[in-house]
Design a protein around this ligand. Sequence first.
Ligand SMILES: NC(=O)C1=CN([C@@H]2O[C@H](COP(=O)(O)OP(=O)(O)OC[C@H]3O[C@@H](n4cnc5c(N)ncnc54)[C@H](O)[C@@H]3O)[C@@H](O)[C@H]2O)C=CC1
Ligand SMILES: O=C(CO)COP(=O)(O)O
Length: 303
Amino acid sequence: MNDRIIIIGAGAWGDALSKLTQINGCEPIIWSRSCGRVLAEMVTDCVAIISAVSMSGVPAIIERLRDSIAPHQIIVTATKGLDARTNLTPAQLWHQAFPNNPIVVLSGPNLSLEIQQGLPAATVVASQSADAANTIQEIFSSPKFRVYTNDDPIGVELGGTIKNVIAIAAGTCDGLKLGNNAKSALLTRGLAEIIRIGQYWGGKTETFYGLSGLGDLLTTCNSPLSRNYQVGYGLAQGRTLTEVLANLQGTAEGVNTTKVLIQIADRNQIYMPITVLVDRLLQGQITAPEAIVALMSRDRKSE
Ligand SMILES: NC(=O)C1=CN([C@@H]2O[C@H](COP(=O)(O)OP(=O)(O)OC[C@H]3O[C@@H](n4cnc5c(N)ncnc54)[C@H](O)[C@@H]3O)[C@@H](O)[C@H]2O)C=CC1
Ligand SMILES: O=C(CO)COP(=O)(O)O
């Protein structure tokens, strides 16, 4: 495959995505803050511009690229977070800045370390442009990486983003050694919470039951490789958030995502009991055991 593509961000995910395209004979250009090159010049002639930076970096990257992207170039966002200032998703930020470009969301159960080890995985590329999704599917598909197209970008993006909050709760649950019954209850009710806010945002219910929703929820909530899971696990050991984050390799987007979700849920009166307790836990307002008692002693309701 000879398409010229650029990957923005050389963190864990940017590196793994780069490796996946190389399996198909691509030689992606990689840009990172430390590479010493001008991003706006490097994107010229690229068929696809793939952003794999953490959420906090997305607005700055968009600013660097303003006026430098032609309308036919496909923008791919692989970030799983929410913007603290605007409460928008990464794809919404990209669309706001580049309204004429096809935007593709790439998201799925994709722990970067497993991908780096050459283990098989599957993902979803979602776009309102079927042509753009097909092009990105072709760039990434290989015997190691099965890529599905999808026409619900907001649903795909939100599944991968909101599950990070539930992954913090799951790490807490495992850190407290609460067992499999409790864990399954947490994940199932967590999915209900993802769907509740995801529907409000316009995502399709069936998308949340797919790879980018339930699939990513299962992977992230069951793996000590997940940084979000590690945050919850550390809090359950009685460590403070500051201590946990100081020892974490890479970004745990769920910490910031929780804050943004709380704002949206409050504004729109969306019931998100797990997210509320994760927020209080992250802020040090309650301990992990207290969060469990609070979850279990809520008003009785039907499923
Ligand atoms: N690591 C993983 O397994 C996966 C991560 N993701 C998502 O991908 C995103 C990145 O994650 P990781 O690579 O794991 O994080 P990381 O912490 O390893 O790397 C973050 C990258 O973002 C860049 N960055 C941050 N702020 C920037 C700015 N202002 N300007 C330019 N670059 C900036 C950093 O330099 C670094 O290259 C996150 O949203 C994460 O949720 C998605 C799927 C899998
Ligand atoms: O999104 C991921 C796996 O799909 C990575 O999860 P963490 O960011 O928690 O490591």
